[in-house]
Design a protein around this ligand. Sequence first.
Ligand SMILES: Cc1cc2nc3c(=O)[nH]c(=O)nc-3n(C[C@H](O)[C@H](O)[C@H](O)COP(=O)(O)OP(=O)(O)OC[C@H]3O[C@@H](n4cnc5c(N)ncnc54)[C@H](O)[C@@H]3O)c2cc1C
Length: 485
Amino acid sequence: MADFETQIVVIAGGPAGLSAAVQAAEDGADVILIEKNAAVGGAANMGMGPLAIGSHYQKRQMIDLTVEEALNMYMEYTHYKVDGRLVKRYFEQSAETIEWLEDMGVEFEGAFKYFTKAQPTWHIVKTDQGIGPRAASFMNKALYARAQELGVKIMLETPGKKILKDDEGKVCGVIAVDKDGKEIEIACKAAIIATGGAGANPEFILEQTGYKFGEDMFNFAIPGNVGDGIRMAWEAGVDRVPVRIEQAANFEGIDDLPTSVANIMMQPNLLVNLHGKRVMDEEQMQNTTYLSNAASRQKGRLLFSIVDSSIAKYYMRNGVDEICLVRMNPDCSDFIEGIEQAKKTGNKGLFIADSLEELAEMTGIDEENLLETVDDYNDYCDGYDEEFFKRKKYLRPLTKAPYYAAAVHPGGYGTVGGIRINENCECCDSEDEPIPGLYAAGADACNIYDDSYMFLLPGNSMGFAVNTGRIAGMEAAEYVEGEDD
Ligand SMILES: Cc1cc2nc3c(=O)[nH]c(=O)nc-3n(C[C@H](O)[C@H](O)[C@H](O)COP(=O)(O)OP(=O)(O)OC[C@H]3O[C@@H](n4cnc5c(N)ncnc54)[C@H](O)[C@@H]3O)c2cc1C
């Protein structure tokens, strides 16, 4: 005899799970949502907002990006290795999702780019504190309130453990563990898995991706996101598709310092590997996925961003060239104080040297090559970057000590992918056959990037979470209605 009975169990309360629960309840289903943590929102509480294409904000801002253009751009970027039907359904729904969220009280600042070359698809949630990290927690609060208003039973500190199937292979229940550590069974007709990936599970990351957490991978690790949903789905017979890191480069310990340090070190400065060689047009560093990918393929999975004191002074006087919305203030006047603070706190990723030779010794960069690279680079500053064609406006010579360097490692927001779904967010076996009553959404099922996060359309992972959550919710509601007939 089950402890609870409902039509749909949503496993987890991040943006994917909350959206699934709200949508399913709006469509008339009885829903129980179980969440492992003591609060809902998941990783998205740290983020700023979802992607949309063709929203009324974009129309008002005269941004003319259509679903057709975005889809074509997307499929080319991923070499047609991902599910075009799923991407299309997600993109097509994304503008209406903004209105759906607005109807429950979410406000948006507008549509933004993450960096100059990106498209303005990032719909940053409005807060009472201006644009900045954690804005999307306001969206999660509104989704939570709406779920409660619709009568969704929300059980916090109740991790899902196992999907139950009946003799016909249809979902018939979920096993979870309640607040008191007691195993409970919830009978249901459908389950939606949305546990946010495995960013906080070093063993799983090593096994699935080959990266060593804290050694050559510095991804955000949201407590509780350890791959429970992926494991549950795989155990229930869902096809295993590759789990990837949603890469975004990491500058060790830099976010604990005044923002001027990160702002300056993340400009399109000279970037070299341990061989002392450049590896890319540094303007592309603004796409933090590209930077992380580039770092990943170097010796030691390491790069160094280097400025001299005159470049630092230029930024301190004028502010940075490239503004990042996560660190909105372009003022860098307290860079030196920030560096001093880094020295005091023993930051291992920042280096200050009185000569390039000393910098080479401190960092392990090949000295001879570093000197040659800086020499060549300084020549390009007078003329043309014949090595990587960096635009003139980002070329500044390094001539004056002290030199400042920051180590760049591969990093990421967490993991994406693992569970095979189709465009209806139905979990599928290796033959692409849906497992009746089993759905997945968000990071657990986000197989749409192939090997690299699509930062050219920012807001993509939260956009995918909210929109696939809604799709799973509406499809599951329709399925359970059919099962009840
Ligand atoms: C610092 C940061 C900033 C970001 N900014 C953005 C941004 O601005 N735009 C964007 O598009 N993306 C952003 N992202 C990524 C985005 O937050 C994620 O893609 C998104 O949150 C994924 O949603 P989700 O619901 O799948 O998972 P999550 O938000 O991670 O939620 C997963 C939930 O599952 C719960 N859970 C885990 N296991 C179980 C279990 N066994 N049973 C029940 N519950 C369980 C967790 O406690 C958690 O609440 C950011 C990520 C980080 C870390």
